[in-house]
Design a protein around this ligand. Sequence first.
Ligand code: XIL
Length: 443
Amino acid sequence: MLEAGCTYEIGGYVRLAEGEPASRVVITMQRTPVGGETKYDWIAPSAEKGVTDAGWVHLQGQYSYSGEVSELLLYVESPDAALVDFYIDDITITRLSGPQSEPTVQTDIPSVYETLSPYFVVGAAIEPDLLDEEQHTILLTRHFNSITPENAMKPGSIQPSEGEFRWEGADRLVQYARENGKAVHGHTLVWHQQAAEWMFKDSEGNLLEATPENKELVLQRLEAHIRAVVGRYKDDVQVWDVVNEVIDPGNSDCLRRSIWYDLTGMDYIVTAFRVADEVAPDAVLLINDYGTTEPRKRACLYNLVRDLRAQGVPVDGVGHQMHINIASPSAEVIEETILMFADLGIEQHITELDMSIYANDTESYTVVPENILIRQGKRYKAIFEVFKRQADHIQSVTFWGLADDHTWLKTFPVARLDLPLLFDEQLQAKPAYWGVVDPTKLP
Ligand code: XIL
């Protein structure tokens, strides 16, 4: 009967049964968020020993909750150690206001992608259900001219079991892009996380052993997957993150020891590029990775791209994820990295840009100080100066999210408040936005 985002007044009368000792009585909401732990919200507590058997006491308080819930249970309790018997009467629930409407997008500020259109395409990673939110969709359409499915095209989402394709989410995003003239950056065809786990298992669900037959089998499965996914979207997706996070500078051959590697060596990489290129010869095919400014890792990536291209494997460029933070890496190191890869004559895309407000895994704010957000804006400014200066080498810059109300950094690497993007949780422009769009407006 209740709705999230509304404020209610909840009240009622209580009176203890004859002979019970004076006690506290509380009106409580037992609230179970979808997929979460049950919470107990106190709405209207009486004073300590505030209820007796001598007469009716009126309890009243305001209540609101946010988020999706699977159950709300209103009850009246005596929280003291000794359980007492009591009567209740005339329970009322009155809606005072709401539901609170979605915050409204600013219409008097420049568009991010239009401002940067002389330089590169500007994207945002989104989930399909963002398109259910009117104001979010308006913000997206105004400021970005490319989208990346944040999860909807990952193998585990799109082919969760063999031959069972779940196209709905990705189709919705592609449809939005078509209707609004936006580019689509496909993410991703191969990754060791959010993988289609069935590809590595036999019919009994046991992990495949590394044998020549099993190598054949998983490469066939990979090929069929790529033919289906790239084939379906070949008219809509211009750029693909073909393989994601395959580098590990800790190994002498620079390759991550993933299940793909265990079963196929580096053939999965070669197969993925060859098949994607065959199905979509005009698409730009990337190797995407994080930490690409780190000297050992970028040397590994550089060598891998160079060697694959020398062997005729159709690798068109690299994706720099660019999950950075308030302190590092420096703008100088980013520029040096772009220049280094420019030598290879390849495309470079910034594929997953966001800037955590924390420099380590342990800090956490409940309220983020304004000076941190200003510092973030200044750092965004410095980094976009580099991107613009090197725009000949950079084809697109995509943010890993639209606004701070939805970002993977609120759960990774730990659960905490993080505000890494250009728009705040109310969809309003932050100093980060001004750092990118018009740094003269930074304080
Ligand atoms: C993240 C998504 O943002 C989350 O919603 C999901 O739970 C985990 O994956 N590198 C990548 C992205 O290539 O696919 C990841 O996206 C973030 C790190």
